[in-house]
Design a protein around this ligand. Structure first.
Ligand code: ADP
Length: 193
């Protein structure tokens, strides 16, 4: 099984690349952000609970996000692999992902990190706000998301580097360029695995 974590700040292109990779490698795209937005849209009690957290750019509490992850994984137990997008976002979540995958004798195959500058993040997300109208794409909330990313998510870089699973790609390139680079990394991994 191919279990890819796609990593990087908000707006780095994780969703776009995940959609393309899902198709090429027949993987299931598991975006915790998408699951959360769907839940909020449904108007459920759980969704309402999530709404105020997400709109401030804060992280959804640990127990809730693990519940979301496990429910989503359980829906795809015949999958040939996953792309985890937006998860893990903390060391605790990464350890949990390892434990959940280990129950099926699986592990994270690789972490592909898309690097872009903060100024580019802000520019891209403000642009996206005009098109998609996401409530968490205001300048103030974007800055909070970036701050949380640096404080809570960036420690994952060393966590995965130590396991030899971390690969970095320049994210300020064309969509096709990035897709080509990621595909090469996956193809090499598949050959040597
Ligand atoms: P982006 O990568 O653009 O910041 P996502 O779509 O991945 O956004 O996530 C949107 C929001 O959903 C996050 O700001 C956070 O509130 C919540 N969220 C998503 N994934 C997680 C997670 N793994 N842990 C905690 N909160 C999460």
């Amino acid at each position: 099984m191919l279990n890819i974590v796609i990593f990087g700040p908000p707006g780095c292109g994780k969703g776009t690349q995940s959609a393309m990779l899902t198709e090429k490698y027949n993987l299931v795209h598991l975006s915790t952000g998408d699951v959360i937005r769907k839940e909020i849209k449904s108007g459920s009690d759980f969704g309402n609970q999530l709404k105020s957290i997400v709109e401030k750019g804060e992280l959804v509490p640990y127990e809730l996000i693990i519940k979301i992850l496990e429910t989503s994984l359980a829906k795809h137990n015949d999958a040939s692999g996953f792309i985890f997008d937006g998860f893990p976002r903390t060391i605790a979540q990464a350890k949990d992902l390892d434990d959940i995958l280990a129950k099926d004798n699986q592990s994270v195959s690789m972490v592909i990190s898309l690097c872009i500058h903060d100024s580019k993040v802000i520019e891209r997300l403000l642009n996206r706000a005009k098109i998609e109208g996401r409530k968490d794409d205001t300048e103030e909330v974007i800055k909070n998301r970036l701050k949380i990313y640096k404080e809570q998510t960036c420690p994952l870089i060393d966590f995965y580097k130590e396991q030899g699973k971390y690969v970095e790609i320049e994210g300020d390139c064309s969509i096709d360029d990035i897709f080509g680079q990621i595909s090469k990394i996956i193809d090499n991994h598949t050959i040597t695995a």
